[in-house]
Design a protein around this ligand. Structure first.
Ligand SMILES: Cc1cc2nc3c(=O)[nH]c(=O)nc-3n(C[C@H](O)[C@H](O)[C@H](O)COP(=O)(O)OP(=O)(O)OC[C@H]3O[C@@H](n4cnc5c(N)ncnc54)[C@H](O)[C@@H]3O)c2cc1C
Length: 184
């Protein structure tokens, strides 16, 4: 009898962060579009080995097994980019570009959201300023983050410094994913 929450998780409780699909060691979780175009996990029960890693990695508040990141921020700061042109080419204060540029100048990797050749909104990895420019500006639809959590893990394991930009749910999913795999 399969009992873990993923078999009964309502769509309203799922952030679509893909941490479950990307942690699954046997590829038993597929992300499928619902009728509104949002991605939700679907478990293939014939592939599932009941390891429960999906449940342990899920950051949703409904998942009582893993409520680990629902804490208050340690510190809150506000800033804006003093360069007018930078602000015009960003969505609001242009701080993402300042942080990303500095990060890349120091040899780091930036993850953010771009359009692919078919105008799909996708998370992607960049290591140069030209790539960073493409990440600027909010794309107001759910980004496809397939494979990205694994790439972040690989970069960190290779000693690279990673700046990840995404929605709070995506950051939550990344943190639980990394915590499970790298114990950070
Ligand atoms: C889906 C979404 C909804 C938002 N809703 C609000 C809101 O209701 N109220 C509010 O005050 N601010 C909201 N924001 C934040 C706002 O739009 C700006 O992104 C933010 O103020 C940062 O601006 P910036 O000028 O520093 O960076 P920008 O140069 O605008 O860069 C935006 C950053 O967001 C990332 N990003 C872009 N599209 C997506 C996406 N679809 N999913 C995940 N990450 C993405 C990019 O990779 C980049 O790192 C939202 C952002 C997103 C992505």
């Amino acid at each position: 009898m399969r009992t873990h929450v993923f078999y009964n998780l309502p769509e309203s409780a799922c952030y679509g962060c893909q941490a479950c699909a990307q942690i699954c060691p046997v590829g038993a979780i597929e992300m499928l579009n619902n009728r509104e175009g949002f991605l939700y996990p679907k478990i293939n029960s014939t592939k599932c080995i009941e390891c429960n890693l999906c449940e342990k990695t899920c950051p949703t508040q409904e998942n009582v097994v893993n409520p680990l990141f629902h804490t208050l921020p340690k510190d809150v700061q506000a800033a804006w980019n003093i360069n007018f042109e930078d602000r015009l080419t960003s969505t609001s204060g242009g701080i993402f570009y300042v942080l990303g540029r500095k990060w890349i100048e120091n040899g780091g990797i930036v993850y953010g959201v771009d359009f692919d050749d078919h105008l799909n909104v996708v998370h992607t990895r960049v290591n140069n300023i030209a790539g960073l420019q493409r990440l600027r500006g909010s794309k107001y639809v759910q980004s496809d983050i397939t494979g990205i959590l694994q790439q972040v893990k690989d970069d960190l394991k290779n000693g690279l410094k990673v700046l990840f930009s995404g929605t709070p749910c995506q950051v939550g999913g990344l943190r639980t994913f990394l915590k499970k795999i790298m114990r950070i």
